[in-house]
Write a protein that binds this ligand. Structure first.
Ligand SMILES: Nc1nc2c(ncn2[C@@H]2O[C@H](COP(=O)(O)OP(=O)(O)OP(=O)(O)O)[C@@H](O)[C@H]2O)c(=O)[nH]1
Length: 595
């Protein structure tokens, strides 16, 4: 007999290709359980959960998969089981749970070396994101997997994911792509997946006005799909055939297929295919002269349509609920809120001013106490508002504007007393990947931890601010460049100690630091900021995770590389110039920073 692991892989490959053979082979494999390693035994349970899903015991599968993807289990197992769990939730239409499961499952991808397992889970993720209307994310997963040259079943699934996402986004598809996808699925011996690809391609043909081709494609594919025995897919075929026959004027054929679709799909009230089938039946009745039959058909059609739209809405809602709001939105809201408060305050102040005269009279009677109270309240409001406009909403430290104001004032004092001063600027490394891989909420979490980590190292006279995005600055009056370097090192060490596990992820936080002191910049904040930025830029270019002090050579460096003005280099273009990794996703540095 073949070794257990090999037998296991063979059984696993059967799971969608031939469900009956899969169930039988799984029973034989279960008998060999004593030979299996502890991890393989748990993976065997994942396959058992898969069988439960196939046989309709989704509740049993969910309970088992929750256990297998639980926090105590090894990461690769959690990943594999969690992927199937998300998939199962999608089948039971619990999209909120599906998305929440993916939130913890996807970051575990790096713990799994086996491409097939990784792709299986990423494909489930792609399918779920498409189901909630996030086709762009689905497409991104599919394209990422395609870049790893999948074969067989995986190639077929990815092709389907690409077609589904592109159709969802209203993008174009090439004839070649459409043909290849169907052919790849057929070649993989996956009749059900081949059926799905035919269905997508037919939909595309129909959308392009080639209804005859769409019809032919489905009619040719109907027989193998019926043999594969997956009722939803067979129903979808019948519904689409009915729709296309109707469009081509064949009412009798359309009616017969529509009825078959309704019979097969009746338990799944929120499918688009059932809406299509009912619409065909309604259109046929409408052309006849039986008014009450027309009305009855119309009711069924409109009920189905309403159920479908409600379902689409609730899926999209699930995504919105699970996805944490992006910072930009949050900041915009915050800004509006602050503006409102300012207006409110201005109004209140002017109202209060008007009332002050009246108050004067009252003061004569009520005494000074009430004036004091009034002034105190106004003052408190003003102070609160001032604080709000000065701080960065996410991290609670100074925002760019306030930082600049305070640093300029402190620098002025240093100039007057001929004291040293140093500016330390830093920018988190590969932060985009934190957002991309773990979501904006994780990125926000990291930004807050970063501010918290650096703040305790500041003295009262120091100014600490967030300049924007993942860029921060510390202004240290009375200190020189050497002290700035030391501080940068201490801050970096504290970043290294941040436990991202607390946020449920595993990534490393590091930054590139640029230091500039008044020895080189003079007492101009603009020059200090510019020089610290140049030094930080050199730290990025030098491999990130380092501290660099400004040197005049850096200045000329920049200009040699590009004649663009500094400002332009600062925004966006800098990556292209200094970080070839930006265009090479396989950059090993980038991988390491996240791992
Ligand atoms: N979560 C979150 N992300 C932010 C915020 N502000 C900026 N970002 C993101 O920070 C990322 C910055 O990316 P890049 O400028 O490409 O830099 P990077 O990925 O850190 O790479 P290097 O700086 O070159 O090491 C972008 O993805 C921004 O969307 C924020 O307030 N919250």
């Amino acid at each position: 007999a073949v070794p257990f692991e090999q037998a296991f892989d063979e059984v696993r490959q059967l799971r969608t290709a031939d469900t009956k053979a899969f169930s039988e082979a799984l029973i034989r494999l279960e008998a060999r359980k004593p030979e299996a390693s502890p991890l393989m035994r748990e993976r065997l349970r994942v396959l058992q959960a898969h069988r439960m899903v196939i046989t309709g015991d989704t509740a049993g599968a969910i309970a088992l998969l929750k256990e297998l993807s639980g926090p105590g289990m090894p990461d690769p197992l959690r990943f594999e089981a969690g992927g199937l769990l998300a998939n199962t939730y999608a089948i039971t239409r619990e999209f909120h749970d599906a998305l929440q499961t993916l939130e913890f499952v996807l970051p575990l991808e790096s713990s799994v070396a086996d491409r097939d397992i990784r792709h299986t889970v990423l494909q489930s993720a792609g399918i779920v994101y498409n189901l909630v209307g996030e086709f762009r994310i689905g497409l991104r997963y599919a394209e990422r997997m395609l870049s790893e040259s999948p074969t067989g079943r995986s190639l077929c699934l990815n092709g389907n994911l690409v077609l589904e996402s592109r159709l969802g986004l209203g993008m174009t598809i090439s004839q070649q792509e459409a043909d290849d996808t169907v052919r790849n699925c057929e070649a993989a011996g996956e009749p059900i997946l081949a059926g799905f690809s035919r269905e997508y391609v037919a939909r595309w043909h129909h959308g392009q006005g080639r209804t005859r081709e769409a019809l032919q494609l489905l009619e040719q594919g109907l027989e193998p799909v019926e043999r594969a025995g997956y009722p939803i897919l067979i129903g979808q075929f019948h519904a689409a055939i009915a729709q296309y026959r109707m469009a081509l004027g064949d009412r009798a054929g359309a009616a017969s297929h529509a009825r078959q679709a309704v019979t097969l799909l009746a338990p799944h009230t929120s499918l688009l295919a059932i809406v299509v089938a009912y619409r065909v039946l309604y259109e046929i009745e409408e052309a006849g002269d039986d008014a009450s039959a027309t009305l009855a058909a119309y009711r069924q059609y409109s009920d189905a349509e309403r159920a479908y739209f409600n379902d689409v809405k609730s899926r999209e809602m699930a995504y919105q609920v699970v996805r944490h709001q992006s910072l930009q939105q949050a900041q915009q809201i915050e800004l509006l809120h602050q503006k409102n408060q300012l207006l409110e305050l201005q109004q209140r102040v002017s109202e209060q001013r008007a009332q002050n005269w009246l108050l004067l009279a009252l003061v004569l009677i009520a005494g000074m106490t009430s004036v004091g109270y009034w002034a105190y309240k106004t003052k408190r409001l003003q102070v609160r508002l001032k604080r709000m406009t000065e701080t960065d909403a996410l991290t609670g430290i100074s925002n760019r504007q306030h930082f600049s104001g305070r640093a300029a004032a402190a620098l002025g004092e240093c100039a007057r007393d001929a004291e040293p001063a140093v500016l330390v600027m830093f920018d988190l490394d590969h932060f985009k990947q934190v957002n991309d891989r773990f979501g904006h909420a994780a990125g926000d979490w990291a930004l807050r931890r970063v501010a918290e980590a650096a703040r305790p190292l500041c003295r009262n006279v120091d100014v600490f601010g967030r300049l924007g995005g993942e860029e921060f600055a510390l202004f240290l009056p009375g200190l020189d460049a050497a002290a700035g370097i030391r501080l940068a090192g201490d801050v970096q060490a504290r970043f290294g100690a941040i436990d991202t596990g607390a946020a449920g992820y595993g990534f490393r936080i590091a930054a590139s630091f640029g230091v500039a002191a008044v020895d080189s910049a003079g007492y101009s904040l603009a020059t200090l900021m510019h020089q610290a930025d140049q030094a930080m830029y050199a730290a990025k270019r030098g491999g990130r995770g380092q501290v660099r002090v400004f040197e005049t050579a850096m200045e000329s460096d920049t200009f040699e590389m590009s004649p663009a003005p500094i400002d332009l280099l600062r925004r966006g273009q800098r990556d292209d110039v200094t970080n070839p990794a930006a265009t090479q996703p396989s950059d090993t540095n980038a991988q390491r920073a996240i791992a």
